[in-house]
Design a protein around this ligand. Structure first.
Ligand code: FVH
Length: 292
């Protein structure tokens, strides 16, 4: 497709991620205009063919699809509020990390100003953008997602999670939460092995193969969580014994209990509440929202 037949795109915010997004659109043949609050950050994008704009308003007027990649929801308002008239009638895709409710607030604000708003969560780091493995989650305007899917797919795989603008962010944080808990789990294991002089490098391949294999249990656990019923598999009584021993082994190794301790506390509480015969999904019952 000729460059002129592709949607002109504007990227607001040229931090590490904004720069990667702009370069991906340029590689995809889009006329791309860029703007950043602090001047001088557009050198790489301009060298690659982007047009540098002096103001956010000038940048917005040059684009049909406006990509926002700033620090947080506060900075999004700081940049977009003064140029709301320029945005009216345009499609805005906000890839700034915000909480689900902040995304919903931005969607409501946008609707009130005639702006078609799609929120996005980036499951990638800047150098992954446009590469296999980069994944972006979207929710909000179906029209924006459908009309601009080819451009959005230049950044990574694009998945749509419905009209509720907060859903992409919710998935983003649920997945990121899991990632941080998993990294903490790796550190706990590495600390235990350090006590015996085994390096983290030696331990890492074991952790990869074991934890990867264990993720296969997620769909089964999910069934129990969604439809609590007959107990099949490992009970909490069994899990409690295992955790008691892991805690003992951690203590023997001189490892802090900050990571494993809260998990043991959750299981202990469920067993104390009489749920020892239930499977691991009882952990979910212990932390789920009160009204769910
Ligand atoms: N980098 C990453 O790995 C992660 C991956 C997952 C998604 N995040 C989110 O992407 C947003 C931008 O991240 P970033 O890496 O580009 O962040 P920085 O390099 O720190 O750039 C921040 C840009 O935001 C501009 N900015 C900040 N506050 C304001 C403001 N009040 N008004 C206007 N612009 C503002 C900043 O401008 P400047 O400081 O250069 O003037 C940068 O362009 C973020 O939500 C991540 O969570 C990235």
């Amino acid at each position: 497709m000729a460059e002129s037949s592709r949607t002109p795109i504007t990227v607001l915010g040229l931090g590490a991620m904004g720069r990667a997004l702009a370069l991906a659109f340029l590689r995809g043949g889009h006329l791309t205009t860029v703007w950043n609050r602090t001047p001088g950050k557009d050198t790489e994008a301009v060298a690659a063919g982007a047009t540098g704009a002096a103001t956010a308003g000038e940048a917005i007027r040059a684009g049909e699809l406006i990509i926002v990649c700033l620090l947080d929801d506060k900075s999004v308002h700081e940049v977009l509020d003064p140029v709301v008239n320029d945005l009216a009638g345009r499609a805005v895709v906000n890839l700034t990390t915000t909480s689900p409710n902040a995304a919903r607030e931005l969607a409501t604000w946008a609707k009130g100003h005639g702006i078609d708003y799609l929120d996005g969560g980036i499951m990638a780091i800047p150098h992954m953008i446009g590469q296999p493995g980069s994944s972006l989650l979207y929710s909000g305007s179906r029209t924006v997602f459908d009309e601009h899917a080819p451009a959005l797919e230049l950044l990574g795989s694009a998945e749509y999670f419905g009209e509720d603008a907060g859903m992409a962010s919710l998935y983003d944080f649920a997945l990121l939460g899991g990632m941080y808990i998993m990294y903490a789990a790796f550190s706990h294991g590495a600390a235990m092995m350090r006590a015996a002089g085994v390096s983290a490098t030696e331990y890492a391949p074991r952790a990869v193969s074991w934890l990867t294999a264990m993720t296969q249990a997620f769909p089964v656990l999910a069934e129990y969580i969604d439809s609590p019923g007959d107990t099949v598999g490992q009970t909490l009584d069994f899990t409690k014994k295992a955790l008691d021993t892991i805690v003992q082994a951690s203590r023997e190794a001189g490892v802090g209990l900050e990571v494993i301790g809260p998990i043991k506390a959750l299981v202990d509480r469920q067993v104390a509440d009489g749920n020892g015969a239930i499977t691991l999904d009882a952990i979910f019952e212990g932390i789920k929202p009160l009204n769910a």
